[in-house]
Design a protein around this ligand. Structure first.
Ligand SMILES: [Zn+2]
Length: 231
């Protein structure tokens, strides 16, 4: 055998070893490696979730929600689900163009905060008021992070429609007219108390995600209860 033949045999042998090993390595990589983790291992948020006196906040809901924290004009800390907060900023800006100024008095509340609120409201307004306007812990839409209570700023002053004698109905109507465009609905409208289980409340808005859905709910004059029953 010539020297060059030996050289070739060596080269072929080396290649066989190399590819053989590489082949094993690839197989090792293919089989024992688990499925790649999904990019978002957290379940997607169901923006149409129905939470009411009959429908509790789904179990583990809070684990799927990304909350954004902000401070309102009164210096209070408020947390809101991330997409709902983005949508709110769009709404706020659109309203400001019409010289209407709003801020958030309450967004996400956990069960303990809801309990505390019920106790405070009972002390201030009595049990009947609480039954009409406040939810039991675990049954509050605020626990989803998708519900916001707004307040108006008139002449730079925060106005609480519940306590202020100023009739701000006209301003609220303008606010409500803009909601759907940004994926919000007025959650407790007048005349639907029997369906929602709550007294009408101009401040409480609910993010439902898709503006087209919000428009459909609003234009057809539906509550989230009625909309959920149909779909
Ligand atoms: Zn509310």
């Amino acid at each position: 055998m010539k020297k060059t033949d030996l050289g070739w045999i060596f080269v072929l042998f080396a290649l066989a070893v190399l590819f053989g090993t590489a082949g094993t390595a690839v197989a090792d990589l293919i089989w024992p490696v688990p499925e790649p983790l999904p990019l978002h291992s957290v379940p997607a948020v169901n923006y149409l979730v129905l939470v009411s006196k009959e429908h509790p906040v789904p179990e583990f809901w809070e684990a799927s929600v990304d909350l954004v924290r902000m401070t309102n004009s009164l210096g209070e800390d408020v947390a809101v689900e991330a997409a709902a907060y983005d949508a709110y900023l769009g709404l706020k800006e659109a309203l400001a163009e019409e010289d209407i100024f709003v801020d958030i008095s309450s967004g996400y509340r956990n069960a303990a905060e809801q309990q505390k609120l019920i106790e405070d409201l009972t002390e201030r307004y009595g049990e009947d008021y609480v039954k009409q306007y406040a939810a039991e812990p675990g049954y509050s839409e605020h626990q989803t992070g998708l519900a916001l209570d707004l307040y108006l700023l008139i002449d730079g002053k925060a106005v609480d429609s519940r306590e202020d004698p100023v009739n701000a109905t006209e301003i609220w109507e303008k606010v409500h007219a803009k909601l759907a465009e940004f994926g919000f609905i007025l959650r407790y409208p007048e005349g639907k108390e029997d369906i929602t289980g709550y007294g009408s409340d101009p401040r409480h808005i609910r993010y439902v995600g898709d503006p087209e859905t919000a428009k459909e709910i609003t234009e057809k004059g539906l509550t989230l209860e009625e909309f959920s029953d149909r779909s």
